[in-house]
Design a protein around this ligand. Sequence first.
Ligand SMILES: *Cc1c(COP(=O)(O)O)cnc(C)c1O
Length: 473
Amino acid sequence: MSENRSHKGIVMDYISTRGQVGAIGFVDAVLMGLADDGGLLVPKHIPQLTADTLAQWQKLSYPELALEVFSLYTGGEIPREDLKKLVDDSYGTFRHEEVTPVRRVNNNLHILELFHGPTFAFKDVALQFLGNLYSYISRKTNSIIHILGATSGDTGASAIEGVRGKEGIRICILHPHGKVSKVQELQMTTVDDANVLNLSVDGNFDDCQRIIKELFADVKFKQEYHLRAINSINIARILAQTVYYFYAYFQLAKQGHSGRVNFSVPTGNFGDIFAGYLAKRMGLPVGKLILATNENNILERFVTEGVYQPGEFHMTYSPSMDIQVASNFERYLYYLYGEDAATISSMMDSYKKEGRIAIPAEKLAQVQQDFAAYGVQNDECLATIGNYHDEYSYLLDPHTACGVAAAEKFTAEDEVTVALSTAHPAKFNEAIELIGIEQTFPPQIEALFDKPQHQKLVGGSNEEVKAEVLKFF
Ligand SMILES: *Cc1c(COP(=O)(O)O)cnc(C)c1O
């Protein structure tokens, strides 16, 4: 679609964090996923919002706001009418009229509920849009889109839901066998549309992610099948997630809050929290970005010690954050180093060789200006769920509980923190049960237990996965 772009007055350019790709337009950036030089795509210039624009945006509904944000980043490449339809279709499937409502818990804490989409996790906010966008591109370019992705549970369910039954799209999703929650597994595997293949891989999520990365690095294979990614490195996902930081801020502003707001974000791949960082760079008055992890705390260690180095893998109650390699992290590094692609490129080269990145004290000071971080242990996660259930009659899912525990730690008495609620508790009943809380499942989830499952067990080698993928495509 790049020919279209040059005819238009307004363009939005995307470049790679490693400097060897770009500038390309929005659609090409979405289709490329991981940049061809191994880096991540970022906007060449981050749009800067004036106080006037922010005041205007405060009046908008969620879909109207999403349309404005996407318009800034698509640079006229998708006609506004089409973009509006994509946005309306994507958020029309949400069960709550506000799409992502904000709930007040107490004077210092609000919860941004991101789980009202079809699969009950925040991934729907981005993946409903990405699914519709791929389908739109497939129609416009008259080509079949093959989606290949790895999931720790929620991405897979949401991506499948976003494209199931859609013409011109085939999707294959890898998940770690036995390491996703029962509801997550059912959401993926009870889908019986012929354009969906679930591979259950003998390994953990990092193994699945590595296989996908290596298959995408096979340039011949990637080009022959027009392979497309849905993982959180896709720039469209980041942009979609930026919207709710604005929306949450405006909800508080309407209730009379002025000044900065902190956001606490349960983090795995650094995607969701990077969207918050981007909102801040655009001009949203964000205070601290509180980075919450579980016992897989590579990012907590980075923020507190300045060393990025994968540690030992732990299985926790928040499996969607059981990640050691944060695939969006490079985007933040790029901004930390003043958008200097040459430096990032050599840092990532040495990371590949040495398995660690250590930043100097002055950079660490900058990181600590941007973020506070806390790794929540399993017992503290459960205790937090119990406390909020008793005190506020609010049931947190274990991921959200990590965010809330971190928010408690870093919110001063005169501050307000919005904790992102990334999943509905029904998705993670395994943890909730442990503390003796009985929950009623939403009917959509209850219904999954009676449906037959479709999945194929495979070993954790690239060849085995590739063979299955080829049979399916
Ligand atoms: C994916 C996911 C996360 C982590 O999001 P990242 O963008 O990977 O940081 C947190 N909670 C839930 C429920 C998720 O599905």
